[in-house]
Design a binder for this molecule. Structure first.
Ligand code: PGA
Length: 246
């Protein structure tokens, strides 16, 4: 089942997403959260950090576990564009989560098969993901599952699509500095999550959201597979929903 929350803007989207995550953690203090990076979830993490600091809602992350969706291959953890750094900076350092309960693919592992099988083992050992937070690429990617011929089920190493390198170059000095490869959870890992919350803000996401909500299910638009999941909540602002009628 796919539920849509239409919100006014980025701030409302962020607040709603933070509320759903907080509700998950309050209801199940030992939840496994699948978390995402990028511009989209920054506001969500700001709300969670603020609410934790102010003891609002008494959210306690002590027993929460996190598995992140993806990581660039080859960036060191202290590189401020690594997703390890992003998660520390935007969320983990602000809340009482235990470092040993946070997991991100090992971008420094050169052996791709090893990096991926180790990450699969971590997800399995945690018993799967309770709530998976997702952004969406303008090309319909989720995690770093780029458009392709087939849906890839498990964690894998991917060559980033040219449009993703272009989109993410805004965070780097220039396009050449954007890593060309990344480790990502596969579509099977994402689809096994008990609940999925997908966020989208801005016009650049309008076409991807249209494909997700009403397009045909195809590996050319990886997010379209979410139509087959039993519990997806899309929180999208007016601009991201501007290509669909709801
Ligand atoms: P963004 O990226 O949040 O930076 O727009 C989303 C994504 O690529 O999944």
């Amino acid at each position: 089942m796919l539920k849509i929350y239409k919100v006014k803007n980025y701030d409302e989207m962020s607040k709603k997403a933070a509320t759903l995550i907080a509700a998950q953690v309050i209801a199940n203090p030992d939840s496994v959260l699948g978390l995402a990076t990028g511009s989209t979830p920054v506001g969500t993490y700001e709300y969670l950090s603020k609410w934790y600091k102010e003891s609002y809602l008494d959210i306690n992350f002590e027993d929460v576990k996190v598995v992140n969706l993806d990581e660039y291959k080859g960036l060191t953890r202290d590189n401020d564009q690594s997703y390890y750094y992003f998660m520390q900076d935007n969320l983990f350092k602000n809340i009482n989560i235990k470092a040993e309960n946070t997991h991100i693919p090992n971008g420094l592992e050169d052996d791709e098969a090893k990096a991926c099988s180790e990450y699969e083992d971590i997800i399995t050992s945690l018993g799967g993901v309770d709530l998976q937070l997702l952004g969406i690429g303008g090309n319909g990617h989720i995690g770093f599952n780029e458009p392709g011929e087939v849906f890839v089920k498990d964690c894998h190493c991917i060559e980033l699509a040219p449009e993703t390198i272009e989109a993410n170059s805004r965070f780097f000095a220039n396009k050449e500095e954007v890593p060309k490869k990344a480790y990502t959870m596969g579509i099977g890992n994402i689809m096994k999550a008990k609940k999925i919350v997908l966020l989208a803000s801005g016009k650049a996401k309008a076409n991807a959201i249209k494909q997700l909500l009403s397009g045909k299910i195809t590996a050319q638009v990886p997010a379209s597979v979410l139509q087959l999941h039993h519990d997806v909540t899309v929180i999208a602002d007016e601009e991201a929903l501007s290509a669909v009628e709801i």
